[in-house]
Ligand binder design. Structure first.
Ligand SMILES: *Cc1c(COP(=O)(O)O)cnc(C)c1O
Length: 433
């Protein structure tokens, strides 16, 4: 069994993704290669959207956090699926608008948006600008005033819940670069200020409590804390906050160690809590937004490499060198993230090797995994890394002037390139003498 449900083995013993032979994909498009399964991406979108309809009653929007994997084809899929979209830069916003993504369904995040980014978002009519701090509020209000526009904003709130791991803590979150703190009164003062601003329309509050979260509890607690704050604003400022954005962070299965929750379970439990607190405090049910990123993209992606070397260091370890590495997947170097590996051309064989997978960069830390279990690996094999659909391509770099790999999208048994492989000319494109 593989970590992602679209993976299987065919009669040749080759790994397949979305029914397509990955060894053939590597041959046709070259390696390294990102492969994304459009059908699975769409299925994830639908499960998040349906969870809102089913458990909350339709009053909400699932926004894909595009930082997980952003390109024009992905934005177009999100458009077609009726999703909203999170962006955190002019670049992501520009990509979304380039495929005709409706600006009113876009949330613009970031803890230090530049004046040019704020102006661009205002001019394009971005639906919700998620304001991170008071300086941003002032700049945004001044700019809106100058241009005669009104900015629809949400405030990013630190609800005092930190859930980046398998458990969560109710303190410590105050030490974050993102948002306004609740417990110090900073958030309340900021709300007062936003209400007074002439060109600001405070439509809602936002929180995002972490990533790769497997518990439902922290989401439920966050919803409770945020709604309690909304009630306080209603009581003390006579102001109705209409929208509640509960962020993303839903965990996915990278290896057998991970036990993700079915995505709709989050919405089921959160909806119960939201309805309960709203009834208790006598506030209208807010419009709910959620922001899945990793959970939409990660399980839909794999990366294919060609093995170029096998170095056995007796009694120490065996290095397998591949034709990519930290340039296309920096997550192991950054956070020792674990992945499952398969020799794509020997996927039916038992995993008899334990190896360290090294990239081709001039960096000792350029590894994709250590002590990983895999079929017997030889030079020339195609090595697949699973669940690489999020925070791989989007975090890639040209370190060592290595051109970025292509992204191939598969759909209904067909493949197509959605991001071209960079060429050597691309590498020197912006260089001047
Ligand atoms: C990163 C991020 C997300 C998505 O997180 P995932 O763990 O990829 O689901 C959602 N909202 C905000 C504000 C984020 O920064």
């Amino acid at each position: 069994m593989f970590v992602s449900k679209n993976l299987s083995v065919n009669e040749k013993g080759h790994l397949t993704a979305g029914g397509i032979d990955t060894v053939e994909l590597a041959k046709e498009y070259g390696t390294p290669l990102y492969v994304m399964d459009e059908d699975l991406i769409r299925e994830h979108c639908r499960s998040f959207k349906q969870s809102i309809d089913k458990y909350y009653g339709g009053e909400g929007l699932a926004c894909y956090a595009s930082k997980a994997f952003c390109c024009r084809a992905m934005c177009k899929i999100m458009l077609e699926e009726g999703m909203g979209l999170d962006v955190v830069s002019e670049g992501e916003l520009y990509t979304a608008l380039s495929v005709g993504f409706p600006p009113e369904r876009i949330c613009f995040h970031g803890n230090n948006k530049t004046d040019s980014e704020i102006a661009f978002a205002l001019e394009k009519g971005v639906g919700r600008i998620i304001v991170d701090n008071i300086f941003e509020l002032e700049r945004l209000n001044a700019l809106a005033e100058k241009t005669g526009l009104t900015a629809n904003i949400m405030y990013r709130i630190k609800p005092g819940i930190d859930a980046h791991t398998h458990n969560f803590i109710m303190t410590g979150q105050i030490d974050s670069k993102f948002g306004f703190a609740l417990e110090t009164g900073e958030a309340f003062e900021a709300v007062k200020k936003a209400i007074e601003c002439s060109h600001i329309n405070l439509v809602g509050l936002h929180c995002h409590i972490g990533s790769q979260i497997f518990d439902i509890d922290p989401f439920v607690r966050a919803a409770e804390v945020m709604l309690t704050f909304i009630a306080k604003i209603r009581d003390e400022l006579k102001f109705e906050v209409k929208e509640l954005n509960l962020g993303g962070g839903f965990g996915i299965k990278y290896t057998e160690e991970d036990a993700p929750v079915a995505y709709d379970r989050y919405m089921e439990k959160v909806s119960e809590k939201v309805k309960e607190v709203c009834a208790e405090k006598n506030i209208a049910l807010p419009f709910i937004l959620i922001e899945p990123g990793r959970s939409v993209a990660a399980p839909a992606g794999i990366t294919l490499y060609t093995v170029g070397g096998r170095k056995v260091i007796p009694n120490i370890r065996t290095y397998i060198s591949v034709d990519g590495g930290m340039g296309d997947n920096p997550r192991y170097a950054l956070y020792q993230s674990k992945y499952d590996f398969e020799v794509a051309n020997k996927a039916a064989e038992p995993k008899t090797d334990v190896v360290t997978v090294a990239g081709k960069c001039c960096e000792t830390g350029d590894l994709l995994g250590e002590g990983v279990s895999v079929q017997h690996v030889e030079v020339g094999d195609t090595l697949a890394v699973l669940a690489t659909g999020a925070y791989n391509y989007s975090m890639s770099s040209n370190y060592n002037r290595i051109p970025k790999p292509a992204v191939v999208m598969i759909k209904g048994g067909e493949s197509r390139v959605v991001v071209k492989r960079e060429t050597l000319d691309d590498v020197i494109r912006n260089d001047l003498l």
